[in-house]
Design a protein around this ligand. Structure first.
Ligand code: UN1
Length: 474
């Protein structure tokens, strides 16, 4: 049964009067999951006007009242997790375990952010002048444009919308148009939880609507997750408006394996990091650097694990890797693998994949580090591998990237770990675990071309979603 794509503007659900849009199941591409009509530029104008109006009252509600709405949203998402998780799998392709897990993760993010009301909200400083205190308070920034990708259709929206709301902002949200159904579900949960009209609007449609929201008069800040190309475009769009942009962008995350590592553990974690969510995470492991002396042993362990993967329709309980998101993504990733092979790369391991959906076989390639596949983000189940003679060379290879989101380091040497914490140019470092994964209570985000603006998640998120006033009280 096909679900309805609806727009949510100023507290009202509407059908949308733009062009016809639909989402399809990447495991069974003939199957339409949701259909309806895109929003129009007029919807955006209305949504921003509604947000501007609603923001005035929302910022004045008690933080604990806002927290109650977020907590109720978390409960509703948890109650609906199985149904929404299935819809997520049908629309985005990840396995059902990943789909349901993601809905629960979104609930957890709302619950963490509700808890912000119980934590300190400002700072007090001593004054060098007698009879004075200096107090730093935080206020909402106003109306925030939220632009989200397709690979985490509910968790990434949650980790932008929840902090925006708890800190008293109104939101105009444009999700990726290939996963509209989960966006509708999250807006429904917020509406059902009692979010006042206009505090959140949902605009589904082509990318131009995202640019319109980001640059609309009345919007104060833009938070974005997606490709480095689109993020850079948003930065350019917003610079002359002097509008802050938080952009979480690409990654080319390395796993680094030293000779002293537990190789079985490393092989397990590398395959999870590279292949979970079909490699479609900005935090996925997409490069592997191994110390020469253990490379052959690690290859053997990786081959066993890759061959054990079951690629297929994510609704099947035996499947461990789903399809990629679309036919376009499938064609692009396949051509990157083919180009790499033509350029001299060698297949280390490859799983079987069916040919009746948008599947790409999970693949590990041994590459020359001058090849594009070593540098460019693939966003699919592909891991490029090389070796290095010693710690210095291995770290040099790991750092030789324009990106700097996450890394996974495998070692049992504490001194080495401490050196690596200083030397690796990444925003998120996992030692003896896979490169992906992010807890809701700690900062998340990259360095170099992977991100710009304050970090997301945890208390760090308030750096973006609030502005401060430094008050000298005498
Ligand atoms: C994770 O590692 O579980 O777009 C989350 C992305 C990241 C989120 C990764 N912003 O893939």
């Amino acid at each position: 049964m096909t679900s309805k794509i609806r727009q949510f503007v100023g507290g009202e659900w509407r059908a949308g009067t733009g062009s016809a849009i639909e989402s399809r199941n990447p495991a069974r591409p003939h199957e339409v999951v949701a259909s309806g009509h895109a929003a129009t530029p007029d919807d955006v104008t209305e949504a921003v006007a509604a947000a501007t109006k609603a923001a005035q009252a929302w910022r004045r509600t008690l933080m604990h009242e806002r927290a109650a709405v977020l907590r109720r949203t978390a409960e509703l998402l948890e109650e609906r997790a199985d149904a929404l998780g299935l819809e997520l799998t049908l629309e985005e392709g990840k396995t059902l375990v990943e789909g349901i897990g993601e809905v629960r993760r979104a609930a957890e993010i709302f619950r963490f952010n509700a808890g912000q009301a119980d934590r300190e909200v400002g700072e007090v400083f001593a004054s060098p002048r007698r009879g004075e205190r200096i107090v730093v308070t935080r206020k909402p920034i106003g109306v925030v444009a939220v632009i989200t990708p397709w690979n985490f259709p509910i968790a990434i929206p949650a980790w932008k919308i929840a902090p925006a709301l708890i800190h008293g902002n109104a939101v105009v949200w444009k999700p990726a148009s290939i996963v509209p159904l989960l966006a509708v579900r999250l807006a429904e949960a917020l509406h059902d939880a009692g979010l006042p009209a206009g505090v959140l609007s949902l605009i589904i449609g082509p990318g131009a609507l995202g640019s319109q929201i980001a640059s609309a008069p009345g919007v104060h800040a833009v938070t974005f997750t997606g490709s480095t190309g689109i993020g850079t475009g948003l930065l350019q769009l917003c610079a002359p408006l002097r509008r802050p942009v938080q952009a979480e962008m690409g990654g080319k995350n390395a796993a680094v394996v030293f000779a002293d590592a537990d190789l079985e553990l490393a092989a397990d974690q590398i395959v999870l990091g590279a292949m979970r969510s079909t490699g479609q995470k900005c935090t996925a492991t997409s490069r592997l650097v191994v110390e020469d002396s253990v490379a052959e042993d690690l290859r053997t362990l990786l081959v066993q694990r890759i061959e054990a993967l079951v690629v297929g329709d994510g609704t099947r309980s035996d499947v461990t890797v789903g399809p990629v998101s679309s036919g376009g993504a499938q064609a692009e990733i396949t051509s990157m693998i083919d180009d790499a092979l033509r350029g001299g790369a060698r297949v280390v391991a490859q799983a079987e994949a069916p040919d009746d959906g948008h599947y790409v076989p999970p693949t590990i390639l041994e590459v020359d580090v001058r090849q594009p596949i070593w540098r460019e983000e693939v966003f699919g189940p592909v891991l490029a591998m090389t070796t290095g003679a010693d710690e210095d060379r291995v770290l040099e290879l790991a750092n030789a990237s324009e990106f700097g989101l996450s890394a996974a380091v495998f070692t049992s040497d504490l001194s080495r770990t401490l050196r690596i914490m200083d030397e690796l140019e990444v925003g998120v470092l996992h030692v003896n675990s896979e490169s992906a994964g992010a807890d809701p209570h700690v900062p998340f985000g990259g360095v170099k071309d992977s991100g710009i603006g304050p970090k997301e998640q945890g208390r760090a998120s308030r750096e973006f979603f609030t502005c401060t006033t430094t008050a000298y009280l005498r």
